[in-house]
Design a protein around this ligand. Structure first.
Ligand SMILES: [Zn+2]
Ligand SMILES: [Zn+2]
Length: 325
């Protein structure tokens, strides 16, 4: 009987999964979203990644074992594991609600093994309970595309006319939230990408065009999701005096020099980095109220490389998710 059980692939994998220690969880991965950051890590564009490494930081899974010190979670519970995997908890950033900037933070699928896997170990304090109204596949893109998009949108303050540069996984969620909040959305895609422009209009953008085009009215704020530094002066040109340009990606090609007059007039240029647990809790409470509908292209785990390649070449609309179970 034991031998038979040991031959079953499921039992073999479970036996070989690490045991959670302290406040860690062992999670059976149900699915994992694919993010542009995964490409930056894969391409060696971000310093300091763990090697060898399992990518993936939009993990939806079931808790199958808990470390001795875990509080508030139970076996069998569905949780999400986002990009912020750990933070020190006592530096000046952690002490003032900016754990996203903690210099000792560790990130999932970058410095900690991530969710392109059947099991993952995560620190319980950084796992997020997920709203029941989202299926596993629908929930996965909320965990980075949604969270970073939310942080970027909050950084835009009360801006009404919002430009979104790069209409991928994150923008397709942000557009829905922005419309729910009564904002007006202007979508910028790769020049000539009519399918992405149509996708943006379907999600509530009142105008969609190429990133080389001028929107019909000046913008109060713009969020840049695409990793192209050349978009920064273009976005500055598109916003009004006093407006903001928010760079939401973790990596960007160099920003070309531009005349000071594009920044003058109290225009602001900033980035958003990572996420806090508070962002996660806020956004996962907001998303079902919108309600956000994520458009998902599903790949089996075995086709992770194909999913990354399709993301690199813009071959799908919305978000890619690896299905593991
Ligand atoms: Zn810290
Ligand atoms: Zn991400």
């Amino acid at each position: 009987m034991l031998l038979e059980a040991a031959r079953s692939p499921l039992v073999w994998r479970r036996v070989n999964a690490p045991e959670p220690r302290g406040d860690e969880l062992l999670i059976r991965v149900r699915c994992c979203g694919v993010c542009r950051t995964d490409l930056h890590v894969l391409d060696g564009e971000l310093p300091g990644s763990k090697l060898p490494l399992v990518l993936g930081h939009q993990i939806v899974g079931t808790v199958v074992a808990l470390g001795r010190d875990v509080d508030g979670l139970v076996e069998g519970q569905r949780v999400g594991v986002p990009w912020l995997g750990r933070a020190c908890g006592d530096c000046r950033f952690c002490s003032f609600g900016q754990e996203n900037l903690c210099e000792r933070a560790l990130f999932t699928g970058y410095q900690l093994d991530g969710g392109y896997a059947e099991y993952v170990v995560a620190q319980a304090k950084f796992a997020l309970p997920l709203p029941g109204s989202f299926s596993d596949l629908q929930a996965a893109p909320l965990l980075c595309a949604g969270l970073i998009g939310h942080r970027a949108l909050v950084t835009c303050g009360d801006a009404e006319r919002i430009g979104l540069y790069g209409f991928g996984s994150s923008a397709h969620i942000v557009a829905q939230v922005a419309r729910y909040q009564g904002r007006r959305v202007f979508a910028f895609t790769r020049p000539g990408d009519l399918a992405a422009q149509e996708f943006a209009r379907r999600l509530g953008a009142e105008w969609a065009g190429g990133s080389d085009e001028t929107p019909p009215s000046s913008l109060d704020a713009a969020v840049i999701f695409a990793p192209a530094g050349s978009l920064v002066p273009r976005a500055l040109r598109a916003i009004r005096r006093g407006g903001s340009v928010v760079c939401a990606g973790i990596h960007m090609s160099d920003i070309p020099s531009f005349p000071y007059e594009l920044l003058w007039g109290e225009r602001k240029l900033c980035s958003v980095a990572n996420l806090t647990r508070r962002d996660g809790i806020e956004f996962l409470e907001l998303a079902p109220r919108v309600p956000v509908r994520t458009e998902v292209r599903t790949y089996p785990l075995e086709q992770a490389n194909q999913a990354l390649d399709d993301l690199r070449h813009g071959r799908f609309s919305g978000a890619a998710v690896l299905s593991v179970t």
